[in-house]
Design a protein. Structure first.
Length: 135
């Protein structure tokens, strides 16, 4: 499990690059930046590493890859992607208040990964000309 997140990241990158070309690489950049940023948030909040935390790092990237590819291919769907991300966070946010450490930490990490991932997904939706898509 030590390298499971890295393997998931590389596998989704390879598949994204094969299927989507530039948009797959944009997905990889968004995913890599989201991992780094979320690990910084986890470190700043002094969240202990345990199985629930690892599960959050394995589940959330699937959402991020979908968000990035949707925004890259369909710039007119950014509102729908934003709403989808916010409902994902709203669905898990109440668990931040629980006193069970595993569920509490999962909710913090998952929510922060989705929020950070949405920001990076919108930033990664750059056209080949270097212009940002309308958000």
């Amino acid at each position: 499990l030590r390298y499971a997140a890295l393997v998931a990241c590389l596998a989704s990158t390879a598949v994204g690059a094969l299927i989507a070309g530039w948009h797959g690489m944009a997905s990889f950049v968004a995913l890599a930046l989201s991992y780094v940023t979320t690990l910084g948030i986890v470190s700043a909040l002094h969240v202990r590493v345990h199985m629930a935390l690892i599960a959050a790092f394995l589940v959330a990237p699937g959402f991020l890859v979908d968000f990035t590819l949707h925004v890259s291919y369909h710039p007119d769907a950014t509102a729908a992607v934003l709403l989808s991300g916010l409902t994902s966070v709203a669905g898990i946010a109440p668990y931040v208040l629980t006193k069970l450490p595993g569920i509490h930490d999962f909710a913090i990490v998952f929510s922060s990964f989705i929020v950070v991932g949405l920001l990076h997904a919108f930033a990664a939706s750059v056209t080949r000309a270097g212009q940002y898509e309308a958000v």
